[in-house]
Design a protein around this ligand. Structure first.
Ligand code: NAD
Length: 271
């Protein structure tokens, strides 16, 4: 099959975690529109996942909802089994699920620390491990993609920007970055491409208080040289590219999609 830029994921089977809201929902929709069959993972809101699935199907695509808590080994395995039973193979995993449990460091409970590490880091480990097992067990299909499989780890600008009051979250994303790179190094020879996306400030439920009021948004914009808050679709377009053969030589890298947030905007007035 020749690469079709209008349907860059044609024939691919993709599982997106945390896909019932925010960035994950936008990625699932964009993947459907790009020609992929999509597994829409959710943890607790079947009606939201159902809406995403119906929208993809309504646009002529293929999709199914899959319930699983990504921090639980048994549920992750069952989810990948159900995906395989429905779609036959796996070409792309987007490990996107994530949570915040913010607290000043001295007040942070072990439960807050553990929940963030369990979902953001261990959840990505469990899903990526399951994906790698499936990629290695199935025959590559060059008519669908040059790579044997692709994994996209949803990171954050906080894989490099320290974040006071969010030590658990920044630690989880720093961990995601080196997990992603080490895994990419380990499996590239098997034709598996592992990459990360580091969003800046994207308008989703996870950070509502950062953009909800004009005052909060003005403060946030001071951190964004490009002078707008990102939208989930900004990340979805990057994910489609990373999952497609258009990025076939991109291996083990983090793609920052952040409006310049990692450019030390505090130095703008200081030249
Ligand atoms: P969101 O809250 O809308 O999405 C998070 C998703 O993860 C939700 O759908 C939630 O149900 C799911 N989830 C939470 N715990 C889960 C679990 N145990 N098992 C399965 N799913 C679970 O927020 P979002 O902004 O769309 O976040 C998506 C990803 O993007 C997260 O990894 C987040 O850290 C990352 N991110 C977001 C921003 C931003 O500005 N919004 C910036 C950088 C990184």
């Amino acid at each position: 099959m020749t690469f079709d830029p209008r349907l860059p994921l044609r024939g691919q089977k993709a599982l997106v975690t945390g896909a019932s809201s925010g960035i994950g929902a936008a990625i699932a929709s964009a993947f459907g529109a790009a020609g992929a069959a999509v597994g829409v993972n959710y943890r607790s809101h079947p009606e939201e996942a159902g809406r995403i699935v119906e929208a993809i199907r309504g646009a002529g695509g293929e999709a199914m909802a899959l319930k699983a808590d990504v921090s639980r080994e048994d549920e992750v395995r069952t989810m990948f089994d159900a995906f395989g039973d429905a779609f036959g193979r796996l070409d792309v995993l987007v490990a996107n699920s994530g949570v915040q449990r913010d607290a000043a460091f001295a007040e942070m409970t072990l439960d807050q620390w553990r929940r963030v590490i369990d979902v953001n880091l261990t959840g990505q480990f469990l899903c990526a491990r399951e994906a790698v097992r499936r990629f290695l067990a199935q025959a590559p299909d060059p008519s669908v993609s040059r790579a044997t499989g692709k994994i996209i780890c949803m990171s954050s600008v906080h894989e490099v920007i320290p974040w006071a009051g969010h030590v658990n979250y920044a630690a989880s994303k720093g961990g995601v970055m080196l997990m992603m790179k080490s895994l990419a190094q380990e499996v590239a020879q098997a034709g598996i491409r592992v990459n990360g996306i580091a969003p800046g400030a994207i308008r989703t439920p996870i950070n509502r208080e950062a953009w909800e009021t004009p005052e909060a948004e003005r403060k946030l914009l001071e951190l964004i040289p490009y002078a707008r808050v990102g939208e989930p679709e900004d990340i979805a377009r990057a994910a489609v590219w990373l999952a497609s053969d258009a990025s076939d030589y991109v291996v083990g890298t983090t793609l920052f999609v952040d409006g310049g947030m990692t450019l030390y905007p505090g130095f703008r007035e200081n030249g």
